[in-house]
Design a protein around this ligand. Sequence first.
Ligand SMILES: [Zn+2]
Length: 424
Amino acid sequence: MMIRFAIVPLLLALNFSMCKRNETVSQNSQPSSTPSPTPAAPVAAASPKITKPVVDQTAQTIIFCYHRLVDKVRYPGTEITPAAFEAQMKELKDHGITVISMQDLLAWKRGEKNIPPRCAVITFDDGWKSQYEVAWPILKKFGYPVTMFIYTEGVRGGSLGGGEAITWEQLGDMRDNGVDIEAHSATHQDLREGHSIMLASTGGKRTRAKLTGPQYEEWVRNEVVGSKELLEQRLGIKVDCFAVPFGNYNEHVKELARNAGYEAMFTVYGQPITFTSPMDSLGRYAIEANKPKVFEDAVKMIGASTSGGAPVAEVGAKDLATQPADGETVRTALPLIKANLSGLGQIEPGSVQMRVSGLGVVPASYDPKTETVSYQVTQKLRDKSCSVFVSAKSAGKKVEAHWTFGIEEGDAGPPPAGTPAQKK
Ligand SMILES: [Zn+2]
């Protein structure tokens, strides 16, 4: 997993929300070395040179993740009112932010298509009928494209798809009208090995299990690959995006997704997407009724008034040698947290700061000789996952990195990080 550094206001950090307990972060930077050179022209005589358009590498996109639209919010972690949603859609327009399709974002990332300097992508997760009945008409009013991240067992008729779930017919209608439909697993659970999961059969029988080894591999393959194939087969589409349930993943899950042909993977750790943001952890802002600030902050992040965008450097996790590693699960709530900052170049030793989710700024020590920042946690971490943020000044600019690891004490596994509410 890559860990990135960026000149990024730290305020990015702390919007934890229901769908994002264990997110991998990434913000990133740096105009990648150089734009890829123009491919060689075909040899044929007078044929015109085929050139890629020169894309604006300083453009930025924020991606929003919505769930349900309801008139009366009962679960503010995943719901907002249609009025609030519509107001936000209008606000994007008012701020000069162009809503583009996911496919345009991907084409821009490939260097194939230009996008306006400040963009947003709208996504809806899980597949609720209110997305079809309420959200879509509002989006059409604004002429905004939208992407749906569907977990296949949650579609009406699936083992988790009740009366509030979207139907295959509705998805087909959306597809016919240009809506981008992408994958969000089969059963919407923590995809990492060894987590307690729920196994459901269409008959309605449920069992809890902790799968390991070949059984786990078979299960996770169906979640990551099977769900993609099912969407592609049922709808006759190409699925190239994967939104990770709760953002809980690790290298193995990523590798599975990459091998399955996914071009992009999404978390719910909101951050502006830049030209060099790694494709396997594109962060989305999860919009919730009880956290209106998340939307405002996201808009501000790419707003003209911020220093926004200023890309800097990109450093791989291996260069940072973080401990615990990104995506790792440790068995203690009192871990030693470490990162080697040498990949950042010259940093000002006095400027190094570490934040730990649940603790805030911690008295970490930085050893300029080994260029290592470390902190021994002394107060048990209470969450199942822990995000660490390290920042420092380098050449007068602030650089920041963050990563996330999981905590699972003892053998008695906790319940999974989250199980989707069954669609009633
Ligand atoms: Zn979801």
